[in-house]
Each structure stands twice: as C-alpha cells, then as structure tokens.
Write a protein that binds this ligand. Structure first.
Ligand SMILES: *Cc1c(COP(=O)(O)O)cnc(C)c1O
Length: 442
C-alpha cells in the first residue's frame, strides 16, 4: 500500500539535479502503477481497505506509513504535498483546506496555552484577525514587530516565545522580509522562523534556502493561479532541533498519541508527523483530492505564469508611478523602492504581482476608479490569472474612519492591485481610461 505514495528520497539517490520547470511538472508523482495514467488521478475516496489486521495496526501506530482515512492522508493530496515540498526545498509538507488553516495548524503544533509568538505587523488581513482573536482564545500572546527592524524582533523574545512569523512580501506596503537576518536571530534564541511565502511562490523565493524553518502557503493564490479552489500547505525544512529544550510539546511523550516522542522517533520528519497525525487529525481541515488536483494543474505552469505576472506588474507599476492621478506606488520592484537591496537578494526574478497605490482623488477617487474599470475584476482575492482590483476603504476596511484606516496602513484613496496575465497594454488602457474619468478629477 505504501508503494504508490510519493515519498521524499535522500538526495544521494538522485545524482542529477532537476531544474525548477521539470520539478513543477514531475516532482512527487510517477505514472499510476495500476493504470498507467500520466496525470495525477483524483483518488476520490474517504478511506482505504487494509490488507490485514497487522498492517492496519502498524498504520495507526505510525510504524508503517499507509493510507487510513482521507482526513489525514490521500494519494492525490500527497502528490500535491510532495510537489510543493520539493519546489520549496523542504523535507516534506502537509496540505490543508485553506491557507488560514495551514498557518493555524503550523503554529498550533508548536504552541501551548501561555505561549508567545513574535510576528511581523505587515500581514494579510485574515492573518491579523486570526492572530488577534483566535489566538487570544487559545491564550497565546502576540507581539507585533516592525519587519524593517530586526532588533525589535530580538527585543520582543520572551522565555515563552515559540516562533517568529512573517510574510516574504508583506501587505499592503510591499515590505520585503529580511529572511536571513530574522532566521539568524530566531536560531540564536532556539526558535523557528515561519514564513508565509504566498505572494512570492517558490519560483521567486525559497525562504528555506535563507534559513527559514517552516514555510506556509495559501495555495488559493499563485500556486493554483486560477482562482478556482481554496487550499493551503505547510512545508518544513527538516533541520530544526525540536529537542533544544524549548519544545517539549514535540520532544516529550505526546498524550495525544499514546506517549509517542515525535522528534526522537521521526527525526527530520518529527514536526510534520505531529502536524499530520495530531493537528490535522484533530482540526480536520483536510484538503479535498479534487482541489489538490486543481492545484497540481496550476503548479505545472507556475514559473511561466510568475514570469508574466512579474513583467506585467512591473509595467503597470511604472505606468502608475508616472501618472498624475496616482501616488505612493508600493511595488518593491520599482527602482526607487527602499526594498531594492532586499529584492535583489531574495527576489532576483521579481517582486511578485500584488501592490497598492493611492489615488490622488482620495476616497472618491479610489471608488471612482473601481467604478470605471472594465477589464480588472473588482473582488477580494489575489494571485488569479485574471487582474484584480479592490478599494479597501469602501470594502474590506469599510467600517473604519480615515484615522483608523491610516493606522491599518491603508489610506482613504488606497487601491490594491493583483496584476494578472492579460495583454499588459489592455491593463494599462483600462486603468488609464478609468483614472482619466474619475481618479484625477478631485
Ligand atoms: C489569502 C492569504 C492567506 C489565507 O489563505 P486562504 O487560502 O484564503 O485561507 C494567508 N496569507 C496570505 C499572504 C494570503 O494572501
């Protein structure tokens, strides 16, 4: 039963190092041994027949790795997990029903009541809500740190701190995380650095190569790339020492798995095994095989799409930067961005495709722009093949006054773009005509 499960193999077995484009098509899958199917089959099944009572017992004891129930593992989902782990350079991965579930699970696997996390303050809005409200209910404390000031992260560390958390490219100001510096500080204190790599994808940046220990994704965005499915994934580097004294929750016998010592038993897979066998089992936010299949379709063309996303984003950002109705274009790929040195280091292929700018016409200008566009889709998502636009002050941040908006890093005229794969002249034509009609009038 284990034979058809894609597994990570030691590097020494693979004398030839395959390129990214090859791995985004092949990693984690061989043609189906039973049918010869070249595409990854959708194993639309809730459970699996055991060969005999002994192997069933071995699976449940985690003595052998075999399929039991699709809340915990599924061969289609496994192909997706192995592919993302391979592209990120991790030892393995566990998929979840959403990005928000993936990051909650990544952290809950490490945390106990009373613990503490240091997080970047420039985060996706849904993550801020989760950290502020859900984590408080779990009696987990948060310190927000300025991602431009690594010393502030170090100063925030407490005896109960269990992790650093940040996004490769932050929201909404396109802040770029200094991954190597923060990983260095985290490791000095025996802590893992967790990076949300959603906006960059492993094609533009691989945080593990710079010292990150855990990478989380909302696969809903660029990994899938088509805006069809919600999903997430957690990747671990497999190098962190969970037996360093700070993590009895992983090193000591687990009451949730009849006394199993996850790190001692599974070594570099200890964290991932606990993430799957306990956290995923108990939270239940499993990715469906069908959505895993759709994410695999997206990943096959990830590098091609990201190159186009970046090229289009650069062209649109440069256009807005020179437009009289637009101010404060935050694309970190622009030559004038204060994040240029970090972009050159961590994002040499480009700084992604999500950024914001301010309409000179303020709230009315932003709203007018949204009303005037014809090709850009007005919606609350990013990372679709189609170009997306939103005016936070009249949608996601609608209940806030102007002062509160500014505190959240959003101006009354701020507009967020997720630049898609259309003909770039068409994207600019649409912004141009909408800005001429509305944005520049105030
Ligand atoms: C969308 C997003 C999430 C949440 O992912 P879902 O798939 O919507 O649950 C987390 N982080 C970032 C950066 C995101 O863009």
């Amino acid at each position: 039963m284990t034979g058809d499960l894609p597994r990570s193999r030691p590097r020494t077995e693979q004398p030839h190092e395959f390129g990214f484009d090859t791995r985004q098509l092949h990693a984690g899958q061989r043609p189906d041994p039973n049918t010869g199917a070249r595409a990854v089959p959708i194993f639309q099944t809730a459970s699996y027949v055991f060969e005999d009572p002994e192997s069933a017992a071995a699976y449940f004891n985690l003595q052998e790795y075999g399929n039991t129930y699709s809340r915990i593992m599924n061969p289609t989902v496994a192909a997706f997990e192995e592919r993302v782990a391979n592209l990120e350079g991790g030892s393995g991965a566990v998929a979840f029903a959403s990005g928000i579930a993936a990051q909650a699970a990544a952290l809950f696997t490490l945390l106990e009541p009373g613990d503490h996390v240091v997080s970047s303050s420039a985060l996706y809005g849904g993550t801020v809500n989760q950290f502020k409200h859900l984590f408080r209910k779990m009696n987990v404390e948060l310190s927000w740190a300025d991602l431009d000031d690594p010393a502030a992260w170090e100063a925030a560390v407490r005896p109960t701190t269990k992790a650093f958390f940040g996004e490769t490219i932050g929201n909404p100001a396109g802040n770029v995380l200094d991954i190597e510096a923060l990983a260095g500080i985290a490791h000095r204190h025996g802590l893992p650095l967790i990076v949300d790599n959603t906006f960059a994808t492993p094609y533009l940046c691989r945080p593990i190569e710079w010292g990150a220990d855990i990478v989380v994704h909302s696969a809903t965005k660029f990994l899938g790339g088509h805006g069809t499915s919600i999903g997430g994934v957690v990747v671990e580097a497999g190098t962190f020492d969970w037996s360093n004294g700070r993590f009895p929750v992983i090193a000591d016998p687990s009451p949730a798995y009849h006394g199993l010592k996850f790190h001692e038993t599974f070594g570099e897979y200890g964290y991932l095994m606990k993430l799957r066998a306990e956290t995923l089992r108990d939270l239940g936010a499993a990715l469906s095989p069908f959505n895993a299949f759709l994410f695999l379709q997206g990943i096959e063309t990830l590098s091609l799409r990201m190159d186009r996303h970046v090229a289009n984003a650069m062209t649109v950002a440069a256009f807005l930067d020179g437009h009289e109705a637009a101010a404060n274009v935050t694309y970190p790929g622009l030559p004038g961005s204060k994040y240029q040195p970090l972009v050159e280091k961590y994002l040499p292929r480009g700084a992604g495709a999500v950024f914001s700018f301010d309409c000179v016409g303020g709230r009315a200008g932003g709203q007018g722009l949204i009303g005037g566009v014809q090709l850009w889709s007005h919606l609350a998502n990013v990372g679709d093949a189609k170009s997306l636009i939103i005016h936070p002050a009249s949608t996601t941040h609608r209940q806030l006054g102007d002062d509160e908006l500014r505190a959240a890093g959003v101006g009354p005229g701020t507009v967020r773009l997720s630049v898609g794969l259309e003909t770039v002249e068409d994207l600019i034509w649409d912004l141009e005509q909408a800005l001429a009609r509305e944005g520049g009038t105030a």
